[in-house]
Ligand binder design. Sequence first.
Ligand code: SAM
Ligand code: SF4
Length: 445
Amino acid sequence: MEKKIFIKTFGCQMNEYDSNRIYDSVKKLGFLKSNDQEKVDCYVLNTCHIRDKAKEKVYHEIGRVKKLYKQKAKPIMIVAGCVAQAENEEMFKREPYIDIVIGPQSYHKINDILKKFVNNQKQEETDFDTVNKFNYFERVENKNSSVSAFITIQEGCDKFCHFCVVPYTRGPECSRPFNQIINEVEKLIENGAKEIVLLGQNVNAYSYMESSKEYRISNLINKLESYSELKRIRYTTSHPRDMTDDLIDCYSTSKKLMPFVHLPIQSGSNKILKLMNRKHTVETYIDIYERLKKINSAIEFSSDFIISYPGESEDDFNDTLDLVKKIRFINSFSFIFSPRPGTKAANLNLIDKEISKERLLKIQEHLSKNQLRMNESLINKSIDVLVENKIDGQSKLFGRNMYMNSVIFNGEIKNIGKELKIKIDKVNKNSLFGEIEKKNNKRAA
Ligand code: SAM
Ligand code: SF4
């Protein structure tokens, strides 16, 4: 009989990709994806542990699910993702409603776990078994048919920044075989993908050895360039230390690699970068920025910032503000430092809450100003937009410009998947609005 499964996904694009792969896998057992979370046989929380009260959020969510199913048969309750990895079987003690706890590197075992499932018998899988996971998912067809498709090429991290939980929840760095990635990309292109986003916690550390040849992310980008159906290539998230010459060269040679570099710096102060164990300096970062700008002045940067890392003085914070003014980062993320259990920075003295909030507000003001200035500079210009979808309940379409900003305009469904020229007439901080430029898009409507 047909069964239904719902996955609630928290956190990054890698979790989003994983959730879709779980759907692809459990389909073989007759579980169909459902968007109605109140009537399913299996309920999955795919969790994120990067910041805030991640663990508490999960228990809160389970409380909500319990209420939804109070008068109905209980669904199989699965906690997946990084909180599952960090908390493992402890979760059963605190919340007996949970049936299965599965870490991100064990998703290849999901079908066997579900096959074995018997009420009241808890199952836990939190090994770092990344190679077997990659091999398993090579055999499960990727059904994603979106215009912009994610593909994980690398998992885990060996850098151990003192604030970060990723090396503990995703395990050591592991890169997928080159050909495995290419086979999946070809499937995604067959399904209609026009943009491929290469994913990894440290995506530019991708390194796969075969017959004594090392394959790097630059080799993947060069290979993707050759598919005529593909229009755009992106990658995220990268580390400044892995911005090697071969990757920088791709910005000269590739016509499809978008001129938008998301490169987290975290702080504009070398003292703080050292305390964080970031293994790069502000100067090395600026050097990458200047080299890329020289190759193509249209390249824009976005970044991640951690505000009020323990030890951050007013001067250190001002160094970060100066950097934001200099590089004019767009589309960036900034958060107050959040201590993660088990990391080196877990027990350091925190900076006063009010000061931290003020600093965050200040940096976000500058980042928003940069963002708005960039968007305003596009008014009355015709820009290339990859059309991704129709907006629900409206006659409008949605796409993205080369810097990942949403662009909204009137148009017909037949334009989905096309790259069109859109003349921008209005903007706000988050979106651009315009109309299809008729003379440049003869066959578009
Ligand atoms: N690998 C990337 C790099 O080297 O910067 C970042 C990946 S990390 C999963 C995503 C972002 O989460 C980081 O860039 C950082 O800004 C943020 N982050 C990680 N741990 C954090 C913490 N303890 N508190 C606040 N933000 C954190
Ligand atoms: Fe976390 Fe990125 Fe540092 Fe790795 S390099 S520990 S993923 S912030």
